[in-house]
Design a binder for this molecule. Structure first.
Ligand code: FAD
Length: 462
Protein backbone atom coordinates (compact mmCIF):
# COMPACT_ATOMS: atom_id res chain seq x y z
CA UNK A 1 0.00 0.00 0.00
CA UNK A 2 1.28 3.48 -0.88
CA UNK A 3 2.30 5.53 2.20
CA UNK A 4 0.31 8.73 2.62
CA UNK A 5 2.38 11.91 2.37
CA UNK A 6 2.18 13.75 5.67
CA UNK A 7 0.64 17.19 5.20
CA UNK A 8 2.22 19.77 7.50
CA UNK A 9 -0.21 21.70 9.72
CA UNK A 10 0.24 25.30 8.75
CA UNK A 11 -0.62 28.33 10.82
CA UNK A 12 -0.80 32.11 10.41
CA UNK A 13 -0.08 33.59 6.96
CA UNK A 14 1.01 30.16 5.64
CA UNK A 15 -2.41 28.72 6.51
CA UNK A 16 -4.09 31.70 4.80
CA UNK A 17 -1.95 31.14 1.71
CA UNK A 18 -2.76 27.44 1.72
CA UNK A 19 -6.48 28.19 1.99
CA UNK A 20 -6.12 30.63 -0.91
CA UNK A 21 -4.05 28.57 -3.39
CA UNK A 22 -4.17 25.00 -2.04
CA UNK A 23 -1.41 22.66 -3.16
CA UNK A 24 0.22 25.37 -5.28
CA UNK A 25 1.92 26.49 -2.05
CA UNK A 26 5.46 25.21 -1.37
CA UNK A 27 6.75 25.46 2.20
CA UNK A 28 9.28 22.64 2.55
CA UNK A 29 12.95 23.67 2.61
CA UNK A 30 14.16 21.57 -0.36
CA UNK A 31 11.46 23.22 -2.53
CA UNK A 32 12.19 26.73 -1.26
CA UNK A 33 15.95 26.36 -1.79
CA UNK A 34 15.32 26.27 -5.53
CA UNK A 35 13.92 29.81 -5.51
CA UNK A 36 16.75 31.85 -4.03
CA UNK A 37 18.87 32.55 -7.12
CA UNK A 38 18.94 33.87 -10.67
CA UNK A 39 21.66 33.46 -13.32
CA UNK A 40 23.98 35.80 -11.40
CA UNK A 41 23.33 35.88 -7.66
CA UNK A 42 22.00 33.89 -4.73
CA UNK A 43 20.08 35.35 -1.79
CA UNK A 44 17.89 34.39 1.17
CA UNK A 45 15.77 31.24 1.13
CA UNK A 46 12.16 32.43 0.65
CA UNK A 47 9.56 31.83 3.36
CA UNK A 48 7.19 30.20 0.87
CA UNK A 49 6.70 29.77 -2.86
CA UNK A 50 3.39 29.97 -4.74
CA UNK A 51 3.31 28.13 -8.06
CA UNK A 52 0.59 30.40 -9.46
CA UNK A 53 -1.62 29.19 -12.32
CA UNK A 54 -4.18 31.96 -12.58
CA UNK A 55 -4.56 35.70 -12.08
CA UNK A 56 -6.73 34.85 -9.04
CA UNK A 57 -3.85 32.88 -7.47
CA UNK A 58 -1.62 35.93 -7.85
CA UNK A 59 -4.24 38.40 -6.60
CA UNK A 60 -5.12 36.31 -3.51
CA UNK A 61 -1.45 35.79 -2.65
CA UNK A 62 -0.62 39.47 -2.99
CA UNK A 63 -3.56 40.50 -0.84
CA UNK A 64 -2.54 38.14 1.99
CA UNK A 65 1.10 39.25 1.77
CA UNK A 66 0.08 42.90 1.80
CA UNK A 67 -2.04 42.28 4.90
CA UNK A 68 0.91 40.62 6.69
CA UNK A 69 3.55 43.08 5.37
CA UNK A 70 5.35 40.25 3.57
CA UNK A 71 7.61 41.13 0.62
CA UNK A 72 6.77 39.39 -2.66
CA UNK A 73 9.02 38.49 -5.57
CA UNK A 74 7.56 37.93 -9.06
CA UNK A 75 9.67 35.21 -10.66
CA UNK A 76 9.75 33.89 -14.23
CA UNK A 77 12.52 31.74 -15.70
CA UNK A 78 15.19 33.17 -13.32
CA UNK A 79 17.58 33.73 -16.23
CA UNK A 80 18.03 37.34 -15.10
CA UNK A 81 21.56 38.66 -14.88
CA UNK A 82 21.16 41.36 -12.25
CA UNK A 83 19.74 39.56 -9.20
CA UNK A 84 16.15 40.67 -9.93
CA UNK A 85 14.46 37.58 -8.42
CA UNK A 86 16.90 37.08 -5.57
CA UNK A 87 15.28 37.55 -2.12
CA UNK A 88 17.09 40.10 0.03
CA UNK A 89 14.76 39.70 3.01
CA UNK A 90 12.26 37.03 4.14
CA UNK A 91 9.83 36.96 1.20
CA UNK A 92 7.17 35.01 -0.63
CA UNK A 93 8.11 34.09 -4.20
CA UNK A 94 5.31 33.85 -6.79
CA UNK A 95 6.53 31.71 -9.66
CA UNK A 96 4.86 32.04 -13.07
CA UNK A 97 6.25 28.86 -14.62
CA UNK A 98 2.76 27.26 -14.61
CA UNK A 99 1.06 30.30 -16.16
CA UNK A 100 1.30 29.00 -19.72
CA UNK A 101 -1.88 30.26 -21.40
CA UNK A 102 -1.30 31.28 -25.03
CA UNK A 103 -3.85 32.42 -27.64
CA UNK A 104 -2.85 33.47 -31.14
CA UNK A 105 -5.00 35.80 -33.25
CA UNK A 106 -3.62 35.12 -36.70
CA UNK A 107 -5.61 37.79 -38.56
CA UNK A 108 -5.12 40.43 -35.88
CA UNK A 109 -1.42 39.45 -35.64
CA UNK A 110 -1.46 39.40 -31.85
CA UNK A 111 -0.83 36.84 -29.13
CA UNK A 112 -2.35 36.93 -25.67
CA UNK A 113 -0.07 35.17 -23.22
CA UNK A 114 0.23 34.44 -19.54
CA UNK A 115 3.60 35.51 -18.13
CA UNK A 116 5.10 32.03 -17.75
CA UNK A 117 5.16 31.32 -21.50
CA UNK A 118 8.80 30.97 -22.50
CA UNK A 119 9.96 33.21 -25.33
CA UNK A 120 10.96 30.21 -27.48
CA UNK A 121 7.61 28.47 -26.81
CA UNK A 122 5.90 31.54 -28.23
CA UNK A 123 8.21 31.60 -31.27
CA UNK A 124 7.60 27.87 -31.89
CA UNK A 125 3.82 28.34 -31.67
CA UNK A 126 3.93 31.27 -34.12
CA UNK A 127 6.17 29.73 -36.79
CA UNK A 128 3.50 27.56 -38.46
CA UNK A 129 1.49 30.78 -39.08
CA UNK A 130 4.49 32.51 -40.71
CA UNK A 131 4.59 34.90 -37.73
CA UNK A 132 7.16 35.71 -35.04
CA UNK A 133 7.71 37.84 -31.97
CA UNK A 134 10.77 40.04 -32.66
CA UNK A 135 12.25 40.54 -29.15
CA UNK A 136 14.75 37.67 -29.14
CA UNK A 137 16.91 37.50 -25.98
CA UNK A 138 19.74 35.00 -26.35
CA UNK A 139 18.26 33.30 -23.27
CA UNK A 140 15.01 32.69 -25.19
CA UNK A 141 14.88 29.00 -24.24
CA UNK A 142 14.64 29.86 -20.53
CA UNK A 143 13.34 33.41 -20.24
CA UNK A 144 9.59 33.95 -19.87
CA UNK A 145 7.46 36.68 -21.41
CA UNK A 146 6.79 38.00 -17.87
CA UNK A 147 10.55 38.26 -17.25
CA UNK A 148 11.04 39.84 -20.69
CA UNK A 149 8.46 42.47 -19.77
CA UNK A 150 10.04 42.90 -16.33
CA UNK A 151 13.40 43.66 -17.93
CA UNK A 152 12.22 45.20 -21.23
CA UNK A 153 14.35 42.52 -22.88
CA UNK A 154 16.07 42.94 -26.22
CA UNK A 155 18.24 40.74 -28.40
CA UNK A 156 20.20 40.76 -31.64
CA UNK A 157 17.08 41.46 -33.71
CA UNK A 158 16.14 44.54 -31.72
CA UNK A 159 18.46 46.80 -33.73
CA UNK A 160 15.95 46.86 -36.55
CA UNK A 161 12.77 45.70 -34.88
CA UNK A 162 12.78 47.28 -31.39
CA UNK A 163 12.62 45.85 -27.86
CA UNK A 164 9.89 44.21 -25.74
CA UNK A 165 8.17 47.49 -24.93
CA UNK A 166 7.58 48.11 -28.65
CA UNK A 167 5.47 44.94 -28.86
CA UNK A 168 3.29 45.12 -25.75
CA UNK A 169 -0.22 46.25 -26.67
CA UNK A 170 -2.04 45.56 -23.39
CA UNK A 171 -1.18 44.36 -19.92
CA UNK A 172 -3.22 42.74 -17.20
CA UNK A 173 -1.51 43.34 -13.86
CA UNK A 174 -2.15 43.00 -10.15
CA UNK A 175 -1.08 45.56 -7.56
CA UNK A 176 0.31 44.64 -4.17
CA UNK A 177 -3.16 45.20 -2.67
CA UNK A 178 -4.52 42.41 -4.91
CA UNK A 179 -6.41 44.69 -7.32
CA UNK A 180 -6.51 43.49 -10.94
CA UNK A 181 -6.30 45.98 -13.85
CA UNK A 182 -6.29 45.55 -17.60
CA UNK A 183 -5.06 48.47 -19.71
CA UNK A 184 -4.00 49.19 -23.24
CA UNK A 185 -1.43 51.81 -24.14
CA UNK A 186 -3.68 54.47 -25.61
CA UNK A 187 -3.97 57.63 -23.56
CA UNK A 188 -1.97 57.59 -20.34
CA UNK A 189 0.49 54.76 -20.89
CA UNK A 190 0.47 53.06 -17.49
CA UNK A 191 1.50 49.66 -18.89
CA UNK A 192 4.56 51.46 -20.31
CA UNK A 193 5.54 52.34 -16.76
CA UNK A 194 5.51 48.67 -15.78
CA UNK A 195 7.64 47.51 -18.72
CA UNK A 196 11.22 47.33 -17.46
CA UNK A 197 10.21 48.01 -13.85
CA UNK A 198 11.73 44.66 -12.79
CA UNK A 199 8.74 43.50 -10.77
CA UNK A 200 8.98 46.45 -8.38
CA UNK A 201 5.63 48.10 -9.21
CA UNK A 202 3.04 45.41 -10.01
CA UNK A 203 2.69 41.75 -11.05
CA UNK A 204 2.03 41.15 -14.76
CA UNK A 205 -0.50 38.32 -15.22
CA UNK A 206 -1.27 38.61 -18.95
CA UNK A 207 0.02 40.49 -21.99
CA UNK A 208 -1.36 41.10 -25.46
CA UNK A 209 1.61 41.21 -27.82
CA UNK A 210 2.02 42.56 -31.35
CA UNK A 211 3.47 40.07 -33.82
CA UNK A 212 5.37 40.41 -37.09
CA UNK A 213 5.42 38.42 -40.33
CA UNK A 214 8.54 36.29 -40.73
CA UNK A 215 10.76 37.91 -43.37
CA UNK A 216 11.02 35.82 -46.55
CA UNK A 217 14.74 36.41 -47.12
CA UNK A 218 17.81 36.77 -44.90
CA UNK A 219 21.41 37.37 -45.92
CA UNK A 220 24.50 37.14 -43.71
CA UNK A 221 27.94 38.77 -43.86
CA UNK A 222 30.97 38.62 -41.57
CA UNK A 223 34.14 40.70 -41.39
CA UNK A 224 37.44 40.48 -39.51
CA UNK A 225 39.20 43.60 -38.23
CA UNK A 226 42.75 44.17 -37.02
CA UNK A 227 41.78 47.13 -34.86
CA UNK A 228 38.78 47.98 -32.71
CA UNK A 229 38.76 51.43 -34.31
CA UNK A 230 38.14 49.90 -37.74
CA UNK A 231 35.30 47.74 -36.39
CA UNK A 232 33.79 50.80 -34.68
CA UNK A 233 34.17 52.76 -37.94
CA UNK A 234 32.30 50.00 -39.80
CA UNK A 235 29.37 50.17 -37.36
CA UNK A 236 29.26 53.98 -37.72
CA UNK A 237 29.45 53.76 -41.56
CA UNK A 238 26.60 51.26 -41.73
CA UNK A 239 24.34 53.61 -39.80
CA UNK A 240 25.56 56.76 -41.56
CA UNK A 241 24.78 55.18 -44.96
CA UNK A 242 21.18 54.62 -43.90
CA UNK A 243 21.43 50.84 -43.72
CA UNK A 244 19.29 49.03 -41.14
CA UNK A 245 20.59 45.51 -40.67
CA UNK A 246 18.42 43.02 -38.83
CA UNK A 247 21.38 42.11 -36.59
CA UNK A 248 24.88 43.52 -36.13
CA UNK A 249 26.96 41.70 -33.52
CA UNK A 250 30.52 42.17 -32.35
CA UNK A 251 33.07 39.95 -30.62
CA UNK A 252 36.50 41.06 -29.38
CA UNK A 253 39.81 39.22 -29.44
CA UNK A 254 39.24 37.53 -26.05
CA UNK A 255 35.85 36.20 -27.24
CA UNK A 256 37.40 35.03 -30.52
CA UNK A 257 40.13 33.16 -28.67
CA UNK A 258 37.70 31.63 -26.18
CA UNK A 259 35.61 30.29 -29.07
CA UNK A 260 38.71 29.03 -30.89
CA UNK A 261 39.92 27.24 -27.74
CA UNK A 262 36.53 25.56 -27.36
CA UNK A 263 35.43 24.87 -30.96
CA UNK A 264 38.33 25.58 -33.39
CA UNK A 265 36.16 27.36 -35.94
CA UNK A 266 39.10 28.82 -37.84
CA UNK A 267 38.82 32.47 -36.79
CA UNK A 268 42.15 34.37 -36.80
CA UNK A 269 43.30 34.54 -33.18
CA UNK A 270 45.23 37.78 -33.76
CA UNK A 271 42.12 39.67 -35.00
CA UNK A 272 40.92 42.46 -32.69
CA UNK A 273 37.25 42.18 -33.65
CA UNK A 274 34.69 40.28 -35.69
CA UNK A 275 31.39 41.75 -36.87
CA UNK A 276 28.52 39.52 -38.02
CA UNK A 277 25.53 41.04 -39.75
CA UNK A 278 22.12 39.94 -41.11
CA UNK A 279 19.89 41.87 -43.46
CA UNK A 280 16.31 40.74 -44.00
CA UNK A 281 13.08 41.57 -45.81
CA UNK A 282 10.53 40.30 -48.31
CA UNK A 283 12.17 41.65 -51.46
CA UNK A 284 15.16 39.48 -52.37
CA UNK A 285 16.85 42.14 -54.53
CA UNK A 286 16.66 44.70 -51.70
CA UNK A 287 18.00 42.25 -49.13
CA UNK A 288 20.88 41.30 -51.46
CA UNK A 289 21.66 44.95 -52.20
CA UNK A 290 21.68 45.78 -48.49
CA UNK A 291 24.09 42.95 -47.60
CA UNK A 292 26.39 44.08 -50.43
CA UNK A 293 26.28 47.61 -49.01
CA UNK A 294 27.12 46.27 -45.54
CA UNK A 295 30.10 44.37 -46.98
CA UNK A 296 31.21 47.56 -48.73
CA UNK A 297 31.03 49.44 -45.42
CA UNK A 298 33.09 46.68 -43.74
CA UNK A 299 35.74 46.98 -46.50
CA UNK A 300 35.73 50.81 -46.51
CA UNK A 301 36.29 50.79 -42.75
CA UNK A 302 39.41 48.64 -43.21
CA UNK A 303 38.28 45.04 -42.68
CA UNK A 304 41.12 42.61 -43.34
CA UNK A 305 38.61 40.19 -44.81
CA UNK A 306 34.87 40.07 -45.35
CA UNK A 307 32.48 37.55 -46.83
CA UNK A 308 28.82 37.06 -47.66
CA UNK A 309 27.29 33.64 -47.00
CA UNK A 310 26.18 31.97 -50.22
CA UNK A 311 23.57 29.73 -48.61
CA UNK A 312 21.87 28.93 -45.29
CA UNK A 313 24.59 26.47 -44.28
CA UNK A 314 27.30 29.07 -44.78
CA UNK A 315 25.22 31.65 -42.91
CA UNK A 316 24.91 29.26 -39.97
CA UNK A 317 28.66 28.73 -40.02
CA UNK A 318 29.29 32.50 -39.95
CA UNK A 319 26.98 32.89 -36.94
CA UNK A 320 28.35 29.84 -35.11
CA UNK A 321 31.22 31.76 -33.49
CA UNK A 322 28.96 34.48 -32.09
CA UNK A 323 26.47 31.91 -30.81
CA UNK A 324 29.27 29.89 -29.18
CA UNK A 325 30.59 32.67 -26.96
CA UNK A 326 28.58 31.84 -23.82
CA UNK A 327 29.49 28.13 -23.63
CA UNK A 328 33.11 28.95 -24.54
CA UNK A 329 33.48 31.50 -21.72
CA UNK A 330 31.94 28.99 -19.32
CA UNK A 331 35.02 26.78 -19.84
CA UNK A 332 37.38 29.52 -18.66
CA UNK A 333 35.80 30.14 -15.22
CA UNK A 334 32.59 28.70 -13.74
CA UNK A 335 31.00 32.11 -13.01
CA UNK A 336 30.53 35.20 -15.16
CA UNK A 337 29.48 38.72 -14.35
CA UNK A 338 27.79 39.70 -17.61
CA UNK A 339 27.89 43.50 -17.84
CA UNK A 340 25.36 45.25 -20.07
CA UNK A 341 26.39 48.83 -20.82
CA UNK A 342 25.12 50.93 -23.72
CA UNK A 343 27.30 53.67 -25.23
CA UNK A 344 27.00 55.91 -28.29
CA UNK A 345 28.08 53.87 -31.33
CA UNK A 346 30.83 56.39 -32.14
CA UNK A 347 32.40 55.71 -28.73
CA UNK A 348 32.58 51.91 -29.12
CA UNK A 349 36.34 51.75 -29.89
CA UNK A 350 37.50 54.02 -27.06
CA UNK A 351 35.10 52.40 -24.58
CA UNK A 352 36.28 48.91 -25.56
CA UNK A 353 39.95 49.96 -25.23
CA UNK A 354 39.40 51.39 -21.75
CA UNK A 355 37.46 48.34 -20.60
CA UNK A 356 40.13 46.03 -22.02
CA UNK A 357 42.79 47.99 -20.06
CA UNK A 358 40.72 47.61 -16.87
CA UNK A 359 40.43 43.88 -17.51
CA UNK A 360 44.17 43.50 -18.15
CA UNK A 361 44.95 45.30 -14.88
CA UNK A 362 42.57 43.01 -12.94
CA UNK A 363 43.03 39.40 -11.83
CA UNK A 364 40.14 38.29 -14.07
CA UNK A 365 39.89 37.14 -17.68
CA UNK A 366 37.55 39.54 -19.49
CA UNK A 367 35.85 39.23 -22.87
CA UNK A 368 33.71 41.79 -24.68
CA UNK A 369 30.91 41.08 -27.14
CA UNK A 370 27.47 42.48 -27.79
CA UNK A 371 24.90 44.09 -30.00
CA UNK A 372 27.23 46.60 -31.65
CA UNK A 373 24.51 48.12 -33.79
CA UNK A 374 22.81 49.38 -30.60
CA UNK A 375 26.07 50.28 -28.84
CA UNK A 376 25.12 47.57 -26.32
CA UNK A 377 28.26 45.81 -25.00
CA UNK A 378 28.49 42.81 -22.69
CA UNK A 379 31.92 42.88 -21.04
CA UNK A 380 32.06 39.51 -19.23
CA UNK A 381 34.18 39.20 -16.10
CA UNK A 382 35.03 35.55 -15.54
CA UNK A 383 35.59 34.36 -11.98
CA UNK A 384 35.22 31.48 -9.57
CA UNK A 385 33.05 31.71 -6.44
CA UNK A 386 35.47 29.32 -4.75
CA UNK A 387 38.73 31.20 -5.31
CA UNK A 388 37.94 34.81 -6.25
CA UNK A 389 36.70 37.72 -4.20
CA UNK A 390 33.20 38.95 -5.08
CA UNK A 391 34.17 42.45 -3.94
CA UNK A 392 36.93 42.56 -6.57
CA UNK A 393 34.50 41.37 -9.27
CA UNK A 394 31.99 43.99 -8.16
CA UNK A 395 34.70 46.68 -8.14
CA UNK A 396 35.70 45.87 -11.73
CA UNK A 397 32.03 45.90 -12.81
CA UNK A 398 31.66 49.30 -11.17
CA UNK A 399 34.74 50.61 -13.02
CA UNK A 400 33.28 49.34 -16.31
CA UNK A 401 29.99 51.11 -15.56
CA UNK A 402 31.95 54.31 -14.90
CA UNK A 403 33.55 54.09 -18.36
CA UNK A 404 30.08 53.85 -19.93
CA UNK A 405 28.80 56.84 -17.96
CA UNK A 406 31.94 58.88 -18.79
CA UNK A 407 31.21 58.47 -22.52
CA UNK A 408 27.54 59.35 -22.29
CA UNK A 409 26.28 55.77 -21.91
CA UNK A 410 23.90 54.02 -19.53
CA UNK A 411 24.23 51.19 -16.99
CA UNK A 412 21.95 48.67 -18.63
CA UNK A 413 20.69 47.91 -22.10
CA UNK A 414 18.62 44.82 -21.39
CA UNK A 415 19.66 42.97 -18.21
CA UNK A 416 18.21 45.48 -15.77
CA UNK A 417 19.50 47.06 -12.59
CA UNK A 418 18.22 44.54 -10.03
CA UNK A 419 20.55 44.13 -7.10
CA UNK A 420 23.84 44.05 -8.95
CA UNK A 421 23.70 47.58 -10.32
CA UNK A 422 21.63 49.26 -7.64
CA UNK A 423 24.68 50.78 -5.94
CA UNK A 424 25.68 52.44 -9.24
CA UNK A 425 22.30 54.14 -9.58
CA UNK A 426 23.27 56.90 -7.16
CA UNK A 427 26.20 57.85 -9.40
CA UNK A 428 24.44 57.36 -12.72
CA UNK A 429 21.01 58.87 -12.09
CA UNK A 430 20.21 62.47 -11.15
CA UNK A 431 18.67 62.80 -7.70
CA UNK A 432 15.34 64.30 -8.97
CA UNK A 433 14.93 61.30 -11.29
CA UNK A 434 15.44 58.88 -8.39
CA UNK A 435 12.94 60.84 -6.31
CA UNK A 436 10.42 60.63 -9.16
CA UNK A 437 10.94 56.85 -9.38
CA UNK A 438 10.36 56.54 -5.62
CA UNK A 439 7.20 58.66 -5.83
CA UNK A 440 5.76 56.29 -8.47
CA UNK A 441 6.80 53.24 -6.43
CA UNK A 442 5.17 54.60 -3.26
CA UNK A 443 1.92 55.33 -5.11
CA UNK A 444 1.56 51.76 -6.36
CA UNK A 445 3.28 49.99 -3.49
CA UNK A 446 3.11 52.25 -0.40
CA UNK A 447 4.60 49.64 1.96
CA UNK A 448 7.53 48.82 -0.37
CA UNK A 449 6.65 45.12 -0.50
CA UNK A 450 6.80 44.45 -4.26
CA UNK A 451 10.31 43.10 -4.95
CA UNK A 452 11.89 45.41 -2.37
CA UNK A 453 15.59 46.22 -2.33
CA UNK A 454 15.89 46.15 -6.14
CA UNK A 455 16.65 48.89 -8.66
CA UNK A 456 16.07 51.92 -6.41
CA UNK A 457 18.78 52.96 -3.97
CA UNK A 458 17.50 54.23 -0.63
CA UNK A 459 17.60 58.00 -0.43
CA UNK A 460 18.21 59.90 2.80
CA UNK A 461 14.73 61.49 2.49
CA UNK A 462 12.88 58.12 2.32
C1 FAD B 1 23.01 33.25 -21.33
C2 FAD B 1 22.10 34.45 -21.16
C3 FAD B 1 21.88 35.28 -22.24
C4 FAD B 1 21.04 36.39 -22.10
N1 FAD B 1 20.81 37.17 -23.19
C5 FAD B 1 19.95 38.21 -23.10
C6 FAD B 1 19.65 39.00 -24.24
O1 FAD B 1 20.13 38.78 -25.36
N2 FAD B 1 18.78 40.03 -24.08
C7 FAD B 1 18.20 40.29 -22.86
O2 FAD B 1 17.39 41.24 -22.79
N3 FAD B 1 18.47 39.56 -21.77
C8 FAD B 1 19.32 38.53 -21.85
N4 FAD B 1 19.58 37.77 -20.73
C9 FAD B 1 18.99 38.14 -19.43
C10 FAD B 1 17.63 37.49 -19.09
O3 FAD B 1 17.46 36.28 -19.77
C11 FAD B 1 16.49 38.47 -19.45
O4 FAD B 1 16.52 39.54 -18.55
C12 FAD B 1 15.08 37.82 -19.41
O5 FAD B 1 14.16 38.78 -19.88
C13 FAD B 1 14.65 37.38 -18.03
O6 FAD B 1 13.51 36.55 -18.15
P1 FAD B 1 13.14 35.52 -16.97
O7 FAD B 1 11.82 34.91 -17.25
O8 FAD B 1 14.25 34.60 -16.72
O9 FAD B 1 12.98 36.57 -15.76
P2 FAD B 1 13.41 36.46 -14.25
O10 FAD B 1 14.89 36.38 -14.14
O11 FAD B 1 12.61 35.41 -13.57
O12 FAD B 1 12.92 37.90 -13.75
C14 FAD B 1 13.51 39.06 -14.25
C15 FAD B 1 12.82 40.29 -13.62
O13 FAD B 1 11.48 40.39 -14.06
C16 FAD B 1 10.57 40.38 -12.95
N5 FAD B 1 9.41 39.58 -13.34
C17 FAD B 1 9.37 38.30 -13.77
N6 FAD B 1 8.11 37.94 -14.04
C18 FAD B 1 7.31 39.01 -13.76
C19 FAD B 1 5.91 39.26 -13.80
N7 FAD B 1 5.06 38.31 -14.20
N8 FAD B 1 5.46 40.49 -13.42
C20 FAD B 1 6.31 41.47 -13.02
N9 FAD B 1 7.64 41.28 -12.95
C21 FAD B 1 8.15 40.07 -13.33
C22 FAD B 1 11.36 39.74 -11.81
O14 FAD B 1 10.88 40.16 -10.53
C23 FAD B 1 12.76 40.23 -12.09
O15 FAD B 1 12.96 41.52 -11.55
C24 FAD B 1 20.43 36.67 -20.84
C25 FAD B 1 20.63 35.80 -19.76
C26 FAD B 1 21.46 34.71 -19.90
C27 FAD B 1 21.67 33.80 -18.73
Amino acid sequence: MKAKTKVRELTGYLKELQDAVGDKLRVELPDRLLFRYDALLQGEVPLAVVMAETTEDVARTLKICDHHDLPVIPRGGASGLSGGVVPVKPSVVISTTRMKGLKIDREGMTATVQPGVINQELQDALKPFGLYYPPDPQSGRQATIGGNIGENAGGPMCLKKGVTGDYVLELEFVTMQGDVYRMDRSGVDLPGLLIGSEGTLAFVTEAKLRLAVLPRYTQTARAIFNTLEDAGKAVALITARGLTPAKLELMDRASINAVEDAFSLGLPREAEAVLVCDTDGNDLQEVLAEIQAVKQAFDDAGATSSQIAQNEKEAEALWKARKSISPSLGRIRPQRMNEDIVVPRSKLPVVMREIRALGDASPFPLAIFGHAGDGNLHPNIMYSKQTDSWDEVDHLAHEIARVAIKYGGVLSGEHGIGLAKKPFMLEATPRPTLEAYWAVKKTLDPKNLMNPGKVLPELASN
